[in-house]
Design a protein around this ligand. Sequence first.
Ligand code: FES
Length: 129
Amino acid sequence: MNRRDFLGKALVYMPALGVLALAFPFYYFINSLYSKRRVEIPINKINKRVVFFKDYDIFIVKVESGFKVFDAHCTHMGCILNYNNKDKLFECPCHGSVFDLSGKRLKGPARKPLNRLTFKIVNNSLIIG
Ligand code: FES
């Protein structure tokens, strides 16, 4: 293929690549709007102080006044946090951020606390979202 052919094909495919480059962020934006779904978790499934619900990527923490619900994604770059039961901390496996059970950031590089999710209790279930 000579340079003229290459440039000719590049002019044909470049707009398609541009459309694809715009389509993916648009798709993820639209998908995120519709994926904020309602989650219902029976209270009897919260059988430890901290329970991770993998299907929803949430942690539910039992506290004296009831429950706290956290998005399990690290506020640095979105990795799923691990719960360290021995130290009672949420730890990020990616870059080492650490959060306590109230969601407060103890160690960076994350700068923000964990995202707390709102819920209500209806018929012995937590309705989240
Ligand atoms: S994604 Fe958690 S510290 Fe970077």
